[in-house]
Design a protein around this ligand. Structure first.
Ligand code: DQA
Length: 147
C-alpha cells in the first residue's frame, strides 16, 4: 500500500507558526512519526507540501494509479478551494481531511469545509496526532476493501 501525505499552504511553517494554535512540532517531525506508523503497517508514504493550489491539484491527479489514498491538510484552501474539491472528486481516491487545530472553535470562516463532502472523513482539533489517526483509518479502510 502506498499513501500520499499532502499538506497545503503555510504548513511548511509548522513549529514556528502560531505555536499556541499549531504546537511546536515541525512538519518533518510529523512525517517522521507517520513513517513509523507506515513501517509497522508495511505501507509506503510519499509526502508533498506546497503553498500553491495548482501544485496540490497536480499532486492529487498524479496520485491516481500510484497511491491508494490521501491524508490531506489543505490549510486555508479547505474553506474555499472548489478546484481542490473537484480534483479529489476527479480521482475518486479515499481522502481523509486533517486539521491540527479545532477549526470549529476559531473564526467563523474556518467552520466551513468545501473539501469535507468529497472526503471519506475528517479529523479536527487533535493536534498533529490527527495525521497518525488519519493514516491508520485509511489503512483500516483499505484493508477492509481487499479482505
Ligand atoms: C488548518 C486550519 C486552517 O483553517 C488553516 O488555514 C491552516 C491550518 C489546521 O490544520 O488546523 O492553515 O488546516
Amino acid at each position: 500500500t502506498s499513501i500520499l501525505i499532502l499538506n497545503g499552504p503555510n504548513l511548511n511553517m509548522l513549529g514556528k507558526r502560531e505555536p499556541d494554535v499549531y504546537g511546536h512540532e515541525t512538519l518533518e517531525d510529523v512525517i517522521a512519526e507517520l513513517e513509523k506508523v507506515a513501517a509497522s503497517a508495511g505501507c509506503v508514504l510519499q509526502h508533498v507540501q506546497s503553498n500553491h493550489e495548482g501544485d496540490l491539484i497536480d499532486a492529487i491527479h498524479q496520485a491516481k494509479g500510484v497511491h491508494q489514498g490521501i491524508v490531506f491538510n489543505p490549510g486555508a484552501f479547505t474553506h474555499y478551494s472548489y478546484a481542490l474539491r473537484d480534483a479529489i472528486a476527479a480521482v475518486s481516491l479515499p481522502v481523509i481531511e486533517v486539521h491540527i487545530s479545532n477549526v470549529h472553535a476559531r473564526e467563523s470562516f474556518r467552520h466551513h469545509s468545501v473539501i469535507a463532502p468529497v472526503a471519506l472523513g475528517q479529523i479536527v482539533g487533535l493536534g498533529t496526532l490527527g495525521y497518525q489517526l488519519a493514516l491508520r483509518a485509511l489503512l483500516h479502510k483499505l484493508q477492509d476493501q481487499t479482505a
